[in-house]
Design a protein around this ligand. Sequence first.
Ligand code: NAD
Length: 245
Amino acid sequence: MLENKVAIITGGTRGIGLEIVRTFLQNKARVILFGSREESVHKAILLLKKEGFAVDGYFPNLNKIEEIEQVVQEIFSKYRSIDILVNNAGISASKKIEDTTSLEFESIMNLNVNAIFNMCKAVVPFMKENHGGVILNTSSMVSIYGQPSGVGYPASKFAVNGLTKSLARELASFGIRVNAVAPGIINTDMVSCLPKEVIDPLVKTIPLGRIGEPKDIANAFLFLASDLASYITGEILSVDGAARS
Ligand code: NAD
């Protein structure tokens, strides 16, 4: 479905991002994964190599626009195109407001929002030059209803939705589609570190009766990245088993 498309995927070293990388590779895309640390990037590349895939990896600081621009230029020089950008890197929060420092709030915004802005800013000129592209963001079901504790996380994901809808309108005439996937509760490190007493009651609220798997989310990204979604832009696609927390 993505033959010869060049895709950059942030937060591609584990969890949902790694599954998006794998799914895009299975669909013949040429993938460049980003991670936060050199060792986690190498670990992911090695794992994928064992599975028979070749993939490049980088670990720029997503809050430093100059670093990102340099890496994106390098990727464009090597691949001659950047067709798909998946902004997936993200961190969550669950502490009550009294226990959250302003620095912690800021660091969530820095990665979940500012980094997406930086990545889009660096990649959009190349997509415009190529007369098209696809930008996909990872939102969350909490971007619709908020959550009872950990205000920075839903606040950041509401911002992701705003960024998605606005950029979709700004970039449509350049043939660039911008969408987001809003996962429900997905079986990754981000969720396995939550206490059982938080997870169990949440699962009971999911009409499909289970938490989601990374593959459930990766398949939605695959669809939105592909030409099957060529008339879809500015959309926030919920993939959450109808969970409404
Ligand atoms: P994860 O913790 O397993 O993976 C997070 C990824 O982000 C990793 O690849 C990591 O390298 C990257 N990352 C973390 N900090 C970084 C930093 N400072 N700089 C660059 N990269 C950094 O998480 P996940 O569950 O796979 O989540 C991926 C995305 O899905 C996030 O945006 C998250 O908000 C969203 N999401 C997850 C769930 C869930 O239930 N797991 C639900 C809704 C939305």
